[in-house]
Design a protein around this ligand. Structure first.
Ligand SMILES: [Zn+2]
Ligand SMILES: [Zn+2]
Length: 913
């Protein structure tokens, strides 16, 4: 059964599913659309459902209230607050609490948590209202053009658990929504239509009533009643009301502007029109956008055909119309893209080539290339500021991140300018080659050069973006993570969860336990264990069980599996004695807590966009990958290191407590998910008091002072948007420093200096070597003419017309010498051919010079190539100078004579020919 069958099923019993008390009370009648057959409820006679209706509110809104974006929210907020709803602050647009989503795509997502393959709802209040910013990148081409598509929009969420205290079900839900439309927004009841529909989500579904006014869908009230799928389901114990409505549309219906952009960006559109000097012919524009807004769907989304049609109606040419509306489309698109970037960067995301960052870079570069095309000198960071100035009354947190957003937009804009030339060159070569560009080509260009298909389409190098591009790119990155997943161990069914002694008392190093199961003579499962299994980037404990070495410890669901060197002597039911390697656990624990200290230090020193991307904690070293836009310089690394060591010296307490998930998120925000999502109800919060709070299952010290010392050993930009910090802590840091000091001492000794003076001494020996090289060059220049003369006199006369041949092989010669002498010799005697073979430790070097006159007969490159090839290597060059070489010395030496002889023959042949 699919969505259609489900709709039929629900609509076949409207009294059970769709009829609410309001319909009876107000006299709403159920009707069937004569065109598509959908059922809907209305106060006045209608043949068609609102799907087929033009937007009749443009230019004549069905209400006396005029509410801009922020005021539309204030009206809605006030109305629901008065009606007993808690107002919840928006959740981040970066969806940190779901690892199946990069971005928050709907208001209900705020409250969904995935556990195993089940979705559970986590409401911080009941009922509640949230102004949730949502990001969607599946329809970018229409944004700015259609009048109503956005990459970022506010979905007002009216959410409620029907079966919990404070909850209500469909009667009250529709009463409230109807009240908002009529009293809050001032819309006449006859204008409102409710359409019967079905909504299917992950693991749950329900029936829904979509409400429309004057052809515009304003909201959808979903009654999530069933759990499972459409073929196998049962009623939920906690039914959920999920009403989502677009705030942009609430404002639009009351303003009746040609596009919803005109009323949803506050003063931003007006400011951009002024700043760009865009000419306003509001009459034609209104007519055009009114037509686009209401007819685009009816035209099957074909914007080009629609434009032609409108041009005809307005009695102007396609070209005239295009010219008139292009600046408006540009302004709308830039306003949308910048607002989306503002929210996502504020919430800690960075534009990049991977994951969700990809979408952000795409819209950022799209906005920049539009600005370029229009020839407008406008900075995106200034547009972002305009949005913040307007939106801060609704979202005060945007103001806090104003500077961070500016920084990232500036960096990304200058990067775009830097790469633009290269991108244009590649685009031109694609256009001229006329070869068909495949999806694989596009992926390769994107991964290696950062060229987005959107850019190629923008400049006309490709006609469209293949629909498989995004999915293929996504797959590429998912398989990478999938390969890291460990292979499951079979045979654990029916075993009880292992008692985790390392959580109860982390000081336990010796324990007794009962053997529950032995698998494949190497895996042992105990009823309780003090061995910490690999997890959250923390490497497992080592040690012994009954004297047999433990080589690995893994956790599968809630069972700890010990991999032993040999478990043949283990008998199920026996008691065994375990011993955890104390030194290893101690060092890993210190490295782990050090990771938390360092992570916050990096964020404080670099910016709010710094998040842990991943981490790894071993006995002798650790690493922390953070999200950051550029490589770190020495000074930044030192600052991070200093701040971290300050925190260690402050000896802050590390407090570990369990929290309910919702409480933890509300109390500490989503910053706790540095290590990714935690799929449990009870979250273990590791709180370094006053410094860092994270949800983490690892082992930690009691106070930061125990870490002793942190030393960053390397900082490296490992991929776009990610910097890796390698570091050592505690005893491992002391070992590292000592090793460095020993190396320094050894260097100082070889320079005949002391550690204190090693920098000066090494600089002096570099200077000395440079001076010696310069001296040799001077001597060479002085002796070259006389050496050249003796070479010329020794050279063999090959023909009556004067071509001379000179070759030399010597084990003590060096390249620089031969090049200087050879060059001088052919300069003095233009008939000379000079060949030198120079023996090197790794092989043989070939140098050939041919004088100006001799060049008429043979090129230096040809001689160099023949000799090098015969020696088993390769060579080349130009007419005057050729060079080459071959590796491996022993065999080559025996062939020198023969090779030089055949070079002579080659020259002879050329003279003759
Ligand atoms: Zn219809
Ligand atoms: Zn941790």
């Amino acid at each position: 059964m699919g969505k259609k069958e489900l709709t039929n099923l629900f609509s076949s019993d409207p009294n059970r599913y769709y009829k609410v008390s309001l319909f009876d009370r107000m006299g709403f009648k159920r009707q069937r659309c004569s065109s598509c057959g959908k059922f809907f409820w209305t106060l006045v006679e209608r043949m068609l459902c609102p799907d087929h209706e033009n937007y009749s509110f443009i230019g004549k809104p069905p209400t006396n209230k005029r509410l801009d974006y922020v005021n539309a929210w204030k009206e809605t907020e006030e109305y629901f607050q008065f009606n007993g709803h808690s107002i919840t602050r928006r959740y981040p647009v970066v969806c940190r609490w779901r690892d199946d989503l990069y971005f928050t795509i709907a208001s209900i997502v705020d409250f969904q948590r995935v556990m195993g393959n089940k979705v559970v709802f986590e409401l911080p209040a009941n009922p509640l209202l949230v102004p949730q910013m949502c990001l969607r990148f599946n329809d970018i081409e229409n944004v700015g053009l259609s009048g109503r598509h956005y990459t970022g929009f506010c979905m007002v969420g009216q959410i409620c658990n029907a079966d919990a205290p404070g909850g209500y079900w469909k009667d009250r839900c529709i009463d409230l929504d109807y009240g908002l439309l009529t009293n809050g927004l001032g819309i006449k009841p006859e204008e409102i239509t409710f359409v019967e529909d079905v909504w299917m989500g992950a693991g749950a579904f329900g029936y829904s009533l979509e409400y429309f006014v004057c052809g515009l869908e304003l909201g959808n009230a979903v009654f999530t009643e069933f759990e499972g799928n459409e073929n196998n389901y049962h009623a939920m114990t906690n039914k959920i009301i999920d009403m989502g409505a677009g705030l942009e549309r609430f404002s639009w219906i009351t303003m009746g502007t040609p596009t919803s952009y005109d009323c949803s960006f506050g003063p931003v559109i007006g400011k951009l029109i002024d700043a760009t000097g865009t000419f306003e012919n509001s009459d034609i524009l209104s007519k055009y956008f009114e037509a686009v807004s209401s007819k685009l769907d009816a035209m099957g989304g074909d914007l080009r055909a629609l434009k032609s049609l409108i041009a005809k109606e307005l009695k102007i040419s396609d070209e005239q119309l295009k010219k008139m509306i292009a600046p408006y489309e540009a302004i709308y698109t830039i306003a949308d893209h910048t607002r989306t970037l503002l929210f996502s960067i504020s919430d800690g995301a960075l534009p990049s080539n991977v994951g969700g960052g990809y979408n952000l870079r795409v819209i950022l570069r799209r906005a920049l290339s539009i600005l370029e095309r229009m020839g407008w000198i406008i900075k995106l960071e200034d547009v972002a500021d305009m949005h913040t100035d307007y939106l801060k009354q609704m979202y005060p947190e945007l103001d806090e991140h104003r500077e961070d957003v500016r920084t990232i937009l500036q960096i990304e804009s200058s990067r775009y300018i830097g790469s633009r030339e290269r991108m244009s060159a590649i685009a031109t070569s694609i256009k001229s080659s006329k070869k068909k560009v495949t999806v694989d080509d596009l992926i390769r260009m994107y991964e290696s050069d950062g060229i987005t298909p959107d850019f190629l389409m923008e400049v006309g190098a490709i006609e469209n973006i293949p629909s498989t591009f995004y999915t293929k790119l996504a797959e590429l990155h998912t398989t990478q993570t999938a390969s890291q997943v460990q292979k499951p161990i079979y045979g654990l069914d029916g075993l009880l969860p292992t008692r985790l002694m390392y959580y109860e008392d982390k000081s336990i190093r010796e324990f007794t336990s009962k053997v529950l199961k032995v698998i494949e003579n190497k895996y042992v499962i105990l009823d309780q264990t003090a061995f910490y299994p690999r997890g959250g980037g923390q490497e497992p404990d080592s040690g012994e069980i009954d004297g047999v070495k433990v080589v690995d410890v893994i956790k599968q669901t809630d069972i700890v599996v010990h991999k032993l060197q040999d478990a043949r002597d283990f008998v199920e039911g026996n008691t065994v004695y375990g011993m955890v390697n104390d030194r290893r656990r101690d060092l890993i624990t210190k490295h782990h807590t050090a990771t938390h200290v360092l992570n916050t230090s990096a964020r404080i020193n670099l910016g709010s966009w710094v998040w842990q991307n991943s981490a790894f904690k071993e006995e002798n070293y650790a690493r922390l990958d953070i999200t950051h836009h550029s490589a770190l310089n020495r000074e930044e690394v030192e600052r991070i290191e200093k701040t971290a060591n300050n925190v260690i010296r402050q000896d802050l307490p590390v407090i570990i407590r369990l929290f309910g998930r919702g409480d933890a998120e509300q109390k500490y925000t989503f910053r706790i998910y540095q290590g990714g999502v935690v799929p449990t109800n009870n979250i273990r919060i590791v709180n370094i008091e006053g410094w860092d709070v994270e949800a983490c299952g690892g082992t930690h010290v009691n106070k930061t002072g125990e870490i002793g010392f942190i030393k960053i050993t390397k900082a490296e930009r490992i991929q776009d948007g990610i910097v890796r910090l390698d570091f050592v802590a505690a005893e491992a840091a002391v070992n590292y420093i000592q090793k460095q000091e020993n190396q320094l001492t050894a260097i100082a000794q070889s320079l005949g200096s002391s550690k204190e003076k090693v920098v000066e001494s090494s600089q002096k020996s570099i200077d000395d070597a440079e001076a010696a090289r310069r001296k040799i060059k001077t001597i060479l220049r002085k002796i070259a003419p006389s050496m050249a003369k003796s070479i010329i006199s020794e050279a063999k006369q090959l023909s009556f017309n004067g071509i001379k041949f000179y070759s030399v092989y010597d084990e003590e010669l060096d390249d620089e010498y031969c090049i200087a002498i050879g060059e001088k010799s052919v300069e003095i005697d233009p008939s000379l051919i000079y060949i030198a073979l120079i023996s090197k430790s790794q092989g043989m070097r070939v140098v050939v010079f041919v004088g100006e006159k001799a060049r008429l007969k043979i090129k230096a490159s040809i001689i160099a190539k023949q000799i090098s090839t015969q020696l088993g290597g390769s060579g080349g060059g130009d007419d005057r100078f050729g060079q080459g070489g071959a590796g491996g010395n022993g065999m080559i030496k025996d062939r020198i004579k023969e090779v030089l002889l055949s070079a002579e023959e080659l020259v002879m042949k050329n003279i003759a020919g």
